[in-house]
Design a protein around this ligand. Structure first.
Ligand SMILES: [Zn+2]
Length: 374
């Protein structure tokens, strides 16, 4: 049962290989477990089909049920299906102008979810729920995008209702930073941790705050907007309308501005990180300073919530110690000693798939909290 729990839908042959037991022994043990209703056979599945062998896949009974995650990025839609044992069993991704083509993105996501369910051999009846991620603030009460500037084509659309209508399944919705926190809590650097902050540092900077194992939302869902912490009251004007926000000095665009020298085609954040990692002193300095500035805001957060861990995710976390080192130093300088001493600053395990995995974790959590804490 342990092998079945830990591996994504193994066949009897896989179990024989993993345990060193003979195929005959495995066959008779599986027969017993099936008779007791503890293990079930699944029809199809990605591995079974592609390998060409029938190799019936096995799952623990609870794992025969599934959860679906849908990630709407600015220019892609991704879908994943997971069993309740948290194995991702099917995944789909499509490039699309999500920002402007809301209806098309919703239709595409529903088609992809149906396809992924078919591939995974999962029926509607066995799906416990759908988690959705959007790249911006979420009005959770209405299930809409909370900011028209971030997703211009989505104004007024009740996203959760729209997906629910198409898939006829219960739906929950979250923003990208909160999903990053859920992904890390379920599969990554937040495992076994019930008080932590996940800081997503990319084009914007936001945090997902987990207190006693639960996401903190706040009264209007803006908890964790750490990117708009005021660092300098007379600093540059931020798009939020305030001055000297963390994002004006440490976001992706702020870092790019520093090193671009007014170039016609400024580099992407990924390119700046790459140059820094290969030794470019100016890129290194720009990223280090962003880390220091983030440390000031994160110190304030640590003083308030006294987390066990700060997990840094988003594209900027690809810079590793170049950003984490200065962040730690600045955090130690600005936080109260008791909070700074106890907090561990680590890089996230997921960058590109963090929203998608988080959406799956959201579906798992909303519908079966025990599956997450097991
Ligand atoms: Zn701001």
């Amino acid at each position: 049962m342990q092998v079945i729990r830990e591996r994504a839908r193994p066949s009897q042959a896989d179990i024989a290989r993993a345990t060193g037991l003979s195929r005959t022994t495995v066959h008779s043990l599986i027969g017993e477990l099936k008779a007791e209703g503890r293990v079930v056979e699944l029809n199809g599945g990605p591995e079974g089909r592609s390998s060409g062998r029938p190799g019936v896949r096995l799952a623990l009974r609870d794992a025969a049920r599934a959860a679906i995650g849908i990630d709407f990025g600015h220019s892609h839609v991704a879908v994943a299906v997971s069993d309740l044992a948290r194995n991702i069993i099917a995944e789909r991704r499509a490039d699309l102008d999500v920002n402007h083509l809301a209806t098309e993105a919703l239709d595409t996501s529903a088609c992809m979810a149906e396809e992924a369910m078919a591939e995974a051999g999962v029926t509607h009846a066995s799906v416990v729920g759908v988690g959705i991620g959007i790249p911006g603030p979420v009005d959770r009460a209405r299930g809409t995008a909370g900011s028209a500037t971030i997703l211009p084509g989505w104004v007024g659309i009740r996203i959760a209702d729209a997906v629910e209508e198409r898939l006829r399944l219960p739906v929950a919705i979250e923003n990208d930073a909160n999903l990053g926190a859920l992904a890390e809590m379920t599969w990554g650097a937040g495992r076994g941790c019930s008080n932590f902050a996940y800081v997503k540092a990319a084009t914007g900077i936001g945090a997902g705050i987990v207190i006693d194992g639960r996401l903190l939302h706040g009264v209007s869902g803006t908890a964790g907007e750490i990117g708009h912490t005021t660092l300098d009251e007379s600093g540059a004007l931020c798009y939020c309308g305030n001055r000297g926000c963390l994002e004006t000095v440490a976001s992706g665009p702020a870092i790019i501005r520093l090193v671009a020298d007014g170039a016609q085609e400024p580099p992407t954040l990924a390119a700046v990180i790459e140059r820094a990692l290969s030794g470019d002193v100016r890129c290194r300095r720009a990223i280090a300073d962003a880390g220091s500035e983030m440390g000031v805001a994160v110190a304030g957060l640590c003083n308030l919530i006294n987390p066990e861990r700060v997990i840094v995710g988003g594209l900027l976390s690809r810079a590793g110690e170049l950003v984490l080192g200065p962040l730690r130093t600045s955090l130690e300088r600005h936080a109260v000693q008791a909070a700074a001493e106890r907090v561990e600053v680590v890089a996230a395990e997921f960058v590109e798939r963090s929203e998608l995995l988080g959406a799956v974790a959201l579906a798992l959590q909303r519908t079966a909290p025990s599956a997450i804490n097991a």
